[in-house]
Design a protein around this ligand. Structure first.
Ligand code: PRP
Length: 177
């Protein structure tokens, strides 16, 4: 946490009060994407952490995991696997539901994307309850992959201090106050 790049990353994330609903302090990573240094620092920190760990799969969560995952995958020599919202992926898929504040949602993965024994990293922009990442972990494990870690740019305070998710390590760059 002593990395001097983290402050710049934190400052590049815009906080939008009452979006998309009253009372929500939205952590907007689009401003991070507009800031070349902060965006590159973000990807570099993940790449430095995960290169040399024999990871063959970077699985990104729709939609904002798609904005970080492919760059990391290319740099560490892994493939990128999109975990998508329902009915977006063709072919045979497996699904995992997860709870939202009101109701449930679902992530899907193509069954031929990952093979038994592959080592996977799950990436998303943000973790709040961890429900989304838990569904991602279940998808990969159902196909026999080993989830080495989950990584997010932002961790909300609900999970502060909690560095594991369903028994998997959780790596977070910044925690808004
Ligand atoms: C946000 C965020 C994570 C998820 C985290 O996605 O990008 O994927 O919520 O919440 P959790 O830890 O409580 O599960 P959102 O549901 O807004 O979907 P989107 O990225 O497709 O807009």
């Amino acid at each position: 946490k002593g990395d001097p790049r983290l402050q710049g990353i934190s400052q590049a994330i815009r906080v939008v009060p009452h979006f998309p609903k009253p009372g929500i302090m939205f952590q907007d990573i689009t401003t991070l994407l507009l800031d070349h240094k902060a965006f590159k620092d973000t990807v570099d920190i993940f790449v430095d952490r995960y290169r040399g760990m024999n990871i063959s799969v970077v699985a990104g969560v729709e939609a904002r995991g798609f904005m970080f995952g492919p760059s990391i995958a290319l740099s560490i020599g892994a493939k990128f696997v999109p975990l998508r919202k329902p009915r977006k992926l063709p072919g045979e898929v497996i699904s995992e539901a997860y709870d939202l504040e009101y109701g449930t949602d679902c992530l899907e993965m193509q069954i031929d994307a990952v093979k038994t024994g592959e080592r996977a990293l799950v990436i998303d922009d943000l973790v709040a309850t961890g429900g989304t990442l838990s569904a991602a972990i279940r998808l990969l494990e159902r196909m026999g992959a080993e989830v080495v870690e989950c990584a997010c740019v932002v961790g909300l305070r609900e999970v502060k201090g909690q560095r594991r998710l369903d028994g998997k390590p959780l790596y977070i760059l910044v925690e808004p106050r």
